[in-house]
Write a protein that binds this ligand. Structure first.
Ligand code: GLC
Length: 752
């Protein structure tokens, strides 16, 4: 596998050798002459037909000219099962069971460019088997809110980590001949009122934080399509946002592909046509006949339609169309992809706490009590667009039982009730003793007693807590980050019964551990970890591999400490403000366009103010000296690492640090080394420190490696709002090298 970590460098070297500098985006223009000739043969109707959905997951080509339809598939953690032509309901196919890859925050917890690239190749491979041209992913929005419904889908609270992994995922997918559709562009950080909320954000924060993951995928990765988000940014819907789509995406970043709205996220004909949208998904009430009518009246030009069709055809001709009789003729999930899912899962697991060396499980342990429904519930489905019909999924309990073997007795008890999230219909008539009627329902005494009885007889108790994909999901934010259905009481009872206790959190975002942390000697963040998640978890718990994941976001001590809450910017108290997509879909409502416009005019206008600026995540907690429960970048191992003294240098284009890293333990282990930057003398305002480089290093027991981390000077710039351009402030940099944002081991100073 050729490492694809420095695509620009490689492209530049290649180009230099043959005298041309072709950016990853420019590659999409190689067929432009041919495309112009083809467009000249197309009727206006054929062109406009390409600007909107054909089915729920396709947009039209031109059969007469041999141009294939464009087929889309959700991601971003597995190629979604086939839906019916006009909806998301399952088509009931047999060969579309896919590999369920670890979710976004789990991938990010690997802090591994290599894993992100491999992940992308796995997704691209299985998309091709399904005849899909475009994967609706990666989802790379910054995790601004601990309660965010899609925090688990996204990568990190930090732009550098998000950007690095977004780039590699993009390269991996597109190297396998499938296009990414990077989403949701942009500033899509809450589900509350997601269909209409106006994210009001200053330009510097927008550039330095929220656009970074998109910029790297587009400019360095050559992302071929982009999905504008449902929300507004500074007053304009993303699907018709001149600043985002034309000025930045196409103007500054040189994007040559096409944009496809989120499903139901198109809001007008003129806005979409004039401000950067190529394809309306779904429906044609905006980019269908109204476009033809607008050309007839002179409000729009056919040349504008031609430009949009050209952008679509650039991708069409970059991606091989898979014939219907070839697609879906093999089982989607492939062994090599299942192995990738396992590798990612193994590197994602974060050991948050390990007091007294409770982990790894000692050989003397012969009786294990596994408590908690999250040990047996599958996590592949749920989460609307991000659900996967997996060929198989190894649950934590299955993984533990398989790994424990015959000479270790493993017993299970549910421990607490599961909360299946919001109901779309009336509560079910039958009462399921393992299902709670409310998320904050107290612990069930019988379930708790049953669990305690098991704990009392065991050598080790493993409690599986956390949330589920109905609680953390697209379409709604959590009300809080509390552990649901009385889990805290259950853990306390288990700890009283047996102090040899390990907690494994099966969740996507952070949870409130103030009650659990004092009573659980070991705590592991196990994520929603894909098809082989149970296997990987067992390998870590039994010590076959050392844990090496690092938190991609902060676990705040309490939700109120997080920036948007602390500043009163969230939750959004506007009720009824979410004119979600259905309202816009004339093909779904009986309201006329005028009636919808009239209703809209009366609707409250939800707003989300980003007054915390760039102080998102650890930038806030560090700068405001608010101690989190577990810091960004935190993650323990079964070995200790020694960081040698740093040699630092600053050249015109790059700042470099070199140091020796030693594995002081008795087993091979990975360490994610992190380099932060502080600017104590800057005149421009900065967070107290920012991540600027990182790498994952594998060391055998006792091994020492010399590690070099590089910060491109361009990554040290700030967005100068007066110049409306990137700018560099010269001066002293303090380089902080460590194992976590709150665990700095060495530092050095340079001047740039
Ligand atoms: C959803 C999501 C988007 C998904 C699309 C198609 O509403 O916002 O991420 O790709 O619709 O399912």
């Amino acid at each position: 596998m050729i490492k694809r970590f420095f695509p620009l460098l490689m492209a530049a070297l290649l180009a230099a050798s043959c005298g041309t500098t072709q950016s990853p985006q420019d590659k999409l223009t190689v067929n432009d002459k041919k495309i112009d000739q083809i467009i000249a043969q197309m009727t206006l109707e054929e062109k406009v037909n390409m600007l909107h959905s054909k089915t729920n997951m396709s947009s039209a080509g031109v059969e007469r000219l041999g141009i294939a339809d464009m087929h889309y598939a959700d991601g971003p953690f597995g190629i979604r099962e086939e839906g019916v032509p006009n909806g998301f309901q399952s088509a009931g196919w047999k060969l579309d069971s896919a590999t369920y890859f670890p979710t976004g925050s789990a991938l990010a917890a690997t802090w591994s460019r290599e894993m992100a690239y491999l992940y992308g190749t796995g997704m691209g491979t299985e998309a091709r088997l399904r005849g899909k041209d475009v994967i609706l992913g990666p989802a790379v929005n910054i995790q601004r809110l601990p309660v965010g419904g899609r925090t688990y889908e996204y990568l990190s609270e930090d732009p550098i980590l998000s950007a690095a992994l977004s780039l590699q995922y993009t390269l991996g997918v597109q190297d396998k001949g499938t296009a990414v559709c990077i989403k949701h562009f942009a500033v899509n950080n809450q589900e509350t009122n997601r269909g209409s909320v106006d994210a009001q954000i200053d330009e510097r924060t927008l550039r330095e934080i929220y656009l970074k993951p998109f910029e790297s995928a587009v400019v360095e990765g050559g992302a071929m399509s982009v999905m504008p988000a449902y929300n507004k940014v500074n007053g304009d819907y993303c699907s018709e946002n001149e600043h985002l789509l034309n000025e930045i995406l196409r103007g500054e970043w040189g994007f040559k592909g096409f944009t496809v709205s989120d499903w139901g996220g198109t809001h007008s004909t003129m806005g979409a046509m004039l401000h950067g949208l190529n394809v309306q998904m779904t429906g044609s009430n905006y980019l269908g006949q109204p476009v033809i009518d607008s050309i007839a009246t002179g409000a729009l030009t056919e040349a504008l339609v031609d430009e949009k069709v050209k952008q679509i055809l650039r991708v069409r001709y970059a991606i091989e169309a898979i014939p219907d009789d070839v697609a879906n003729t093999k089982m989607t999930s492939q062994p090599e992809c299942q192995d990738i899912a396992k590798q990612v899962a193994e590197k994602s697991i974060v050991l948050l706490k390990n007091q007294g060396g409770v982990l790894p499980i000692a050989k003397s342990v012969k009786k294990i009590a596994v408590i908690g429904q999250n040990a047996v519930l599958k996590t592949q489905s749920g989460g609307m667009g991000a659900g996967v019909k997996a060929l198989y999924e190894v649950t934590p309990l299955e993984g533990i039982c398989k790994r424990a073997g015959a000479d270790v007795e493993v017993k299970y008890a549910p421990g607490y009730k599961n909360f299946p999230g919001r109901r779309w219909g009336p509560p079910s008539a039958t009462v399921d003793p393992l299902v709670a009627s409310a998320i904050d329902e107290a612990a069930d005494p019988d379930l708790c007693a049953e669990a305690v009885a098991l704990a009392q007889e065991a050598d080790l108790v493993i409690f599986f807590g956390g949330t589920n994909k109905s609680i953390e999901t697209e379409g709604s934010d959590r009300q809080n980050i509390d552990l649901p259905t009385g889990q805290n009481e259950v853990v306390a009872a288990l700890a009283a019964a047996n102090p040899n206790l390990v907690t494994v959190l099966i969740s996507g975002g952070p949870t409130d551990l103030r009650q659990l942390e004092p009573v659980s000697p070991a705590i592991v963040q196990g994520w929603w970890n894909g098809t082989e998640g149970g296997t990987a978890l067992a390998e870590v718990l039994f010590g076959d591999i050392a844990p090496s994941g690092k938190l991609p976001f902060t676990f705040p001590a309490k939700l109120e400490d997080s920036p948007a809450y602390a500043l009163g910017n969230f939750p959004d108290k506007t009720q009824g403000g979410d004119l979600f997509t259905l309202m816009y879909r004339q093909d779904r409502t009986r309201m006329s366009r005028e009636e919808i416009q009239e209703m809209m005019a009366k609707m409250p206008k939800p707003v989300s103010k980003y007054t915390e600026g760039s102080l998102v995540g650890y930038r806030w907690y560090d700068t405001k000296n608010v101690k989190p429960m577990y810091a960004f970048g935190h993650g323990l191992s079964y070995v200790d690492f020694e960081y040698g003294a740093v040699k630092a240098s600053a050249k015109k284009d790059v700042v470099k640090v070199t140091f020796n890293l030693t594995n002081k333990g008795g087993m091979t282990a990975d360490e994610v080394v992190q380099l932060y930057v502080a600017r104590p003398e800057a005149t421009v305002e900065w967070p107290s420190k920012e991540l600027k480089a990182f790498d994952r290093v594998t060391l055998a027991a006792g091994e020492t490696k010399t590690v070099t981390l590089e910060i491109p000077v361009k990554d040290l710039r700030y967005w100068n709002v007066d110049k409306n351009a990137w700018d560099l402030e010269h001066g002293k940099l303090v380089l902080l090298l460590g194992a976590a944002s709150d665990d700095i081991r060495q530092q050095a100073e340079v001047t740039i």
